[in-house]
Design a protein around this ligand. Structure first.
Ligand SMILES: Cc1cc2nc3c(=O)[nH]c(=O)nc-3n(C[C@H](O)[C@H](O)[C@H](O)COP(=O)(O)OP(=O)(O)OC[C@H]3O[C@@H](n4cnc5c(N)ncnc54)[C@H](O)[C@@H]3O)c2cc1C
Length: 377
């Protein structure tokens, strides 16, 4: 006799852990299945931190969702007693007229978000770590910052368990099938389970279980670097924000020092290296490492010290770089939520809430229209 639940969540990473918590909190009988250990470094959510920006230059329809996410990160951090969101401010630096600053500015003005437009000289005076191009300008958002992404997964799972969820680590789902009563049967390497609803949040592995989505998603490797800061005080959390930087070598992002001695730098434009999530290891890319070094040498020399560490992580990209949060065509009982195109973590707390609402009521308070699968039809 299979174990029976209201909802099974497959993939207890960034999105799945939040969904488990939000479902369990609402009294739903939930089972979370995770292929690796909880909080592993094989998916898309490791590397300690993720940027949360309120004025979203990827599309201002994201703003209400990120505002709710920020509230939830603060609330969940208060409940667990360990902050999950750090309001260190965010600075988007771009070339005049390129859209990076202008789009964020438009979103700030439309949604009444606190912001400051900075010229190059002001940025360099305020943050002496940067050496910028003459055409650089910046948008500073004081209420933005970063989410402690690894810690947040553990916090969501802790709270989900507290509310009665069952979470199985190191138990991959092998297959799922619809049942005659409109539910689902899920087979793992350890058992068979049934539920009324299935939430598929397996990140980069989504193509294994929703074959139709394989064609609409591409998994790419992203290398993160930690570098010994030459002048560590310039990167102190009290005076240095998270940032994105448009440079001639690409688009980069970085963080103040937090829980690691190194200055963390990455680039969201490393999209050219397809990656197979089934590979057993996560080798960082040498080319990507060299691009990070080039950015440091030119624009952030105060962090251009010895390499302390590299990690490879995966983006699951959609063609328009927007998310997929929708029911699976032909299977109303199956909700897909994962391919977050390299910018989804900040939303995970609110996406978890939206998934719980979708699973329970069939609709969410958020307008999820732009994440619909129908846009690829
Ligand atoms: C280097 C890097 C930097 C990023 N920076 C930012 C940022 O600054 N801000 C931001 O908002 N976003 C950022 N992102 C994007 C963000 O981290 C991702 O969108 C988010 O982590 C995706 O979460 P997820 O739950 O879809 O995937 P994951 O957290 O990877 O979770 C998917 C889970 O499903 C599990 N799974 C897979 N198959 C199975 C199976 N068969 N059975 C059971 N479990 C299974 C996996 O093991 C995994 O734990 C970044 C991503 C990367 C890689």
């Amino acid at each position: 006799m299979p174990g029976t639940y209201d909802v099974i969540v497959v993939g207890v990473g960034g999105m799945g852990s939040a969904a488990c918590y939000q479902l369990a909190k609402r009294g739903v009988r939930v089972l979370g299945l995770e292929k690796f250990e909880i909080g592993h470094a094989m998916g898309s959510s490791h590397g300690l931190t993720r940027i949360l920006r309120l004025a979203y230059f990827q599309g201002e329809a994201y703003v209400p969702l990120v505002q709710r996410a920020r509230e939830l990160w603060l609330e969940t951090g208060r409940i667990t007693g360990e902050p999950l969101f750090y309001e260190v401010g965010a600075l988007d630096i771009g070339h005049q007229g390129s859209g990076v600053v202008e789009d964020g500015l438009a979103a700030s003005e439309k949604h009444g978000l606190a912001h400051e437009l900075l010229d190059r000289r002001t940025i360099e005076e305020r943050y002496p770590a940067f050496t910028l191009d003459a055409s650089h300008i910046g948008l500073y958002q004081p209420q933005s910052g970063f989410v402690a992404s690894e810690r947040a997964i553990l916090a969501h799972v802790t709270l989900a368990l507290y509310h009665g969820a069952e979470i199985h680590g190191c138990e991959p789902m092998l297959d799922w099938e619809p049942t005659a009563n409109g539910g689902v049967k899920v087979t793992s390497d350890r058992g068979v389970y049934e539920a009324g609803r299935l939430i598929l949040s397996p990140g980069a592995w989504i193509g294994d279980f929703a074959p139709g989505l394989k064609a609409s998603t591409e998994v790419v490797r992203q290398t993160l670097g930690w570098f010994s800061p030459v002048r560590p005080t310039l990167f102190d959390m009290a005076r240095f924000p998270v940032f994105t930087l448009e440079a001639s070598e690409g688009h980069f992002y970085g963080f103040p020092l937090w829980q690691h001695p190194g200055f963390k730098l990455g680039s969201p434009h490393f999209s050219g290296e397809p990656y197979d999530p089934h590979l057993p290891d996560r080798q960082p890319s040498v080319q990507q490492r060299d691009l990070l070094r080039a950015c440091l040498a030119k624009h952030i020399p105060a962090a251009d010290g010895d390499l302390l560490g590299l990690k490879a992580c995966m983006y699951t990209m959609t063609p328009d770089e927007h998310f997929i949060i929708d029911t699976l065509p032909g299977f109303e009982q199956v909700i897909v939520a994962s391919p977050c195109s390299g910018h989804g973590y900040k939303f995970a707390s609110a996406i978890g809430e939206a998934l719980a609402e979708l699973a329970i009521a069939g609709h969410s308070r958020f307008d999820l229209g732009m994440f619909s699968l129908r846009r690829f039809a």
